[in-house]
Ligand binder design. Sequence first.
Ligand code: CTP
Ligand code: MG
Length: 258
Amino acid sequence: MSDESRPSPARQAPATRTNTPTAAVIPAAGRGVRLGPGAPKALRALGGTPMLIHAVRAMAASRGVSLVVVVAPPDGAAEVKNLLDTHALPEWTDFLVVPGGETRQESVRLGLDALPPEYDIVLVHDAARPLVPVDTVDAVIEAVREGASAVVPAVPLADTVKQVEPAAAPGEPEPVVATPERARLRAVQTPQGFDRATLVRAHETVTDDVTDDASMVEQLGLTVVVVPGHEEAFKVTRPLDLVLAEAVLARRRLNDGF
Ligand code: CTP
Ligand code: MG
């Protein structure tokens, strides 16, 4: 991309933030209702290791990340602290554990509240995306360092998407309202990266329910930019996603063997 075609926040932000301390906030306080009965989703095992530990390691794998703030299930903070004490992280990464809230948004805000002042760049990463590759994490950090206020990793869609009028009663067919052009749509993932002050302001200002942090920054009228995401950064939401996650881990083990 040429300098002229960069979005405007790149021109307003400091020229270089190469050494800006970066922290990752990991909301992990959800129940995982769609995954079915069992332990809170972030504590369920993948390849014998809790999903949360995979997610923490995925963030800590980036040399740019020097602090990970885990937002634990409200009644599970001690257990999560214990888990982190017993699973090694790279020497350059510290961690903190705070109890979460009722909604993802509230959990992220509680994580932000716990951030020490020196961290000027913040990543927000779902514990439910345990397998995001380090290259994706690095690409997000790099884009924020280059001056973007908000960065999201995203992938093109395989399915065509229809906008519908939700059914008036359960079981009624739903009329299609529109078909957005698929080539212009992206499925967004995490980690999403932010200039810390921007994300804090977004959380102070926006009170609507949202499903990602970048949309709060959009509501402030600021530009959010997209970098390429990765198919392995998918979110573990339903039981079939666990099957896929185990398969990805098995493939990694096989490749590491060669
Ligand atoms: N999350 C959180 N606090 C909440 C709700 C969600 O920290 N009150 C976190 C989840 O732990 C997860 C991420 O936000 O890492 C994305 O949410 P989602 O995939 O919806 O997870 P859950 O809310 O746990 O799942 P479900 O919606 O099926 O209950
Ligand atoms: Mg949820």
